[in-house]
Design a protein around this ligand. Structure first.
Ligand SMILES: [Zn+2]
Ligand SMILES: [Zn+2]
Length: 644
């Protein structure tokens, strides 16, 4: 008999050679039907694989990310089976699960596969799935495996075999398809109930453009049709909301080859959004006791040696420029500059906490392949601040920072968020992490306590901390459920020491402050990219670049339209007149397309009554209103930063 420890701590006895599947069945048949794989002593296994020793076991279903990736990788095998059936003789490279779905890289030989073939392939996959074939695992010796693929004439799998150790080689077979694979796989193909092949792309073998180009087919699959339908709808919506597409249509930002890759140019409309966000940050930070500072975009090499950026972060920095025999770097972060402001004056405990804030411009050398719209750029404007505090003040300061995040989430209608607390790993102290075992545990504990007390949803991840302390990554989800990493909130007990920062404590002794790095609104680049997709370009009134458009029915009402424009401008409202010689229907349609929140239609009747017919984006006609009354209403809407 062997002992199986379940996640709730319960220990059950089973016969040697039992499988996770058997364990599930001993709990309930319903559960067994849902099992896709199992985590055995932390390693993901086939649910049907015999367990021969005492083990801890967690059953994995569609609700677990490892369950999903096992499902998707198994779907890749199913796709390969369908491709092989339709195109005999093709050769397969690798077919992993990805973030959402799977792909397989295939050498099609002299055959060709096009988007038109995908529907046919899907049909075949569905047919094969219905056969409910088991995924059968078989251990192979290296010699046997080499023989098998030599006979098959498959140079790709032979290449993979080169790097595999004898004794660690397994084949998986389902139906008529056999693949070299370390697994794991789901029990049988029947679980794959809904399949969509999404696209075909070229992919160089091993990612090297000197190698042959293989055909990559992307797909996604689900355990039921409903989830697939929802996913496809989300994809459709995401395409419409793509920040690169909307950013261009709405005149928010642009890129120019001559300026450089990854260097966003903010157009007038984008700049209005930037200024509104900065105003919000300034007001919020002022109320929370922050002080603003301004620092240069470059600094000398020595400061980045002190900060540890040069030894640890050089790959992400722009190369230096040399002046008067000294190297200068574009700043990748604002911290060193702020630390120098802290160090510029004698500090006592009475000066703490000191909170220094700046919308700082940073430069990071992202690989050109990694650049992506506003999400991955080389110049970024960060909602940065550093809080210097004593250990006693830390919990309150950290809590206040978290409260600020939550306050912003409310304003922007971000309902779903999770904080990821990244911790150190004792095994890597002194290398990946500064060698201060006690400080690590102490600060990690302080952070954890604050998160629990503030009732903030969070998960803990080992071995993901920053070099100088634990950090919190904030994941947010847009209105259509797309995930974004917004910003980090970090505790730092190392830089204070390396920069020799000190304050005089109550006992009149020098002490090193703790530092909190925080950036709740992240960078303008990523946050505005997020907002574009979150709002589908329909910004709330307070953020909208153009807030009101006045549409005169004909030239006769231009003077009246101008009077209204003046009234709006006097109230500091961003407004314009559509003075084109177009029919009013056309003007309304174009203003809708430009996603302007309010339209004021003016003609004879409106002019005589000193009114305007109000139309609200997404809501349509709100009827005629007295102009002053309208102005007062929207001033309130702007002030309260209402969502719509
Ligand atoms: Zn596999
Ligand atoms: Zn910092």
């Amino acid at each position: 008999m062997i002992k199986i420890t379940l996640p709730d701590g319960a220990v059950r006895e089973y016969e040697k050679g039992t499988s996770a599947f058997d364990v599930a069945r001993s709990i309930s048949e319903g559960l067994a039907r849902k099992v896709l794989a199992a985590s055995i002593n932390g390693e993901v296994w086939d649910a049907s694989r015999p367990i021969n020793e005492d083990a801890s076991l967690k059953l994995l279903t569609w609700d677990d990310s490892d369950g999903k990736s096992t499902f998707w990788h198994s779907s890749a095998h199913l796709m390969a089976e369908a491709v092989e059936a339709g195109f005999p003789g093709v050769k397969f490279w690798v077919g992993p699960a990805i973030d959402k779905g799977f792909y397989y890289d295939i050498d099609m030989g002299d055959k060709k596969i096009t988007e038109e073939d995908l529907a046919q392939l899907e049909k075949k996959m569905n047919e094969l799935a219905k056969q409910n074939n088991n995924y059968v695992r078989k251990a192979m010796s290296k010699a046997e495996a080499i023989k098998y693929f030599t006979e098959k004439g498959d140079e790709y799998k032979l290449d993979l075999l080169q790097n595999l150790e004898d004794g660690n080689i397994t084949f998986y077979t389902q139906g008529n398809f056999t693949d070299l694979c370390r697994g794991p796989h789901i029990p049988a193909t029947g679980a794959i109930k809904a399949i969509k092949l999404l696209s075909i792309a070229g992919a160089y073998w091993k990612g090297d453009e000197k190698n042959k180009q293989l055909t990559r087919i992307y797909g996604v699959s689900f355990p039921n049709q409903k989830e697939l339908d929802e996913y496809l709808m989300m994809l459709e919506e995401a395409k419409k909301r793509d920040h690169r597409k909307l950013g261009k249509e709405l005149g928010i930002f642009t890129f120019d080859d001559e300026v450089g890759q990854g260097l966003a140019l903010w157009m007038p409309n984008g700049t209005i959004i930037i200024e509104e966000l900065e105003n919000l940050a300034k007001q919020t930070e002022k109320a929370a006791g922050y002080k603003r500072v301004v620092t240069p975009h470059i600094a000398k090499e020595s400061v980045y040696l002190t900060s540890g950026h040069l030894p640890y972060y050089e790959d992400s920095m722009y190369p230096p420029m040399e002046m008067d025999g000294t190297k200068y770097y574009l700043k990748p972060m604002n911290c060193p500059h702020h630390h120098k402001i802290f160090a510029a004056e004698q500090r006592s405990y009475k000066d703490l906490p000191l909170r220094l804030a700046e919308y700082g411009t940073c430069y990071r050398y992202e690989q050109s392949g990694e650049l992506f719209g506003l999400m991955r750029v080389r110049c970024l404007h960060m909602n940065d601040a550093h809080i210097y505090c004593t250990k006693e003040q830390f919990a309150d300061e950290f809590r206040a920072v978290n409260d600020m995040y939550i306050k912003y989430f409310k304003i922007f209608g971000i309902d779903k968020y999770v904080m990821r607390l990244s911790l150190h790993d004792p095994a890597h102290l002194g290398k990946k992490y500064i060698n201060e075992p006690e400080l690590w545990l102490e600060t990690e504990d302080m952070v954890r306590k604050v998160l629990i007390e503030s009732n903030i949803p969070f998960v803990e991840v080992q071995n993901e901390g920053a070099f100088y302390g634990p950090k919190i990554d904030v994941q947010i989800w847009s209105a259509i459920g797309r995930e974004f990493t917004l910003a980090t909130n970090q505790v730092d007990f190392a830089q204070g020491r390396s920069f020799k920062l000190e304050f005089t404590n109550q006992q009149n002794h020098p002490e090193i402050p703790l530092i909190i790095h925080r950036a709740p609104l992240g960078t303008h680049e990523r946050f505005i990219g997020f907002l574009l997709e979150h709002y589908a370009g329909k910004f709330p009134l307070w953020l909208a670049p153009l807030q009101v458009k006045i549409l005169p029915i004909s030239d006769k009402f231009m003077d009246y339209a101008n009077t209204i424009l003046q009234t709006l401008k006097n109230a500091d409202i961003r407004a314009e007149i559509d003075d084109r010689h177009e029919k009013i229907g056309r003007k309304i349609r174009d203003t809708e397309m430009a996603k302007v929140p309010y339209m004021l239609v003016v003609g004879e009747k409106e002019m005589n009554e000193n009114k305007a017919s109000v139309r609200r984006q997404g809501k349509g006609d709100l009827g005629a209103k007295d102009v002053d009354e309208f102005v007062n209403e929207i001033i309130t809407e702007i002030k309260e930063k209402k969502a719509d």
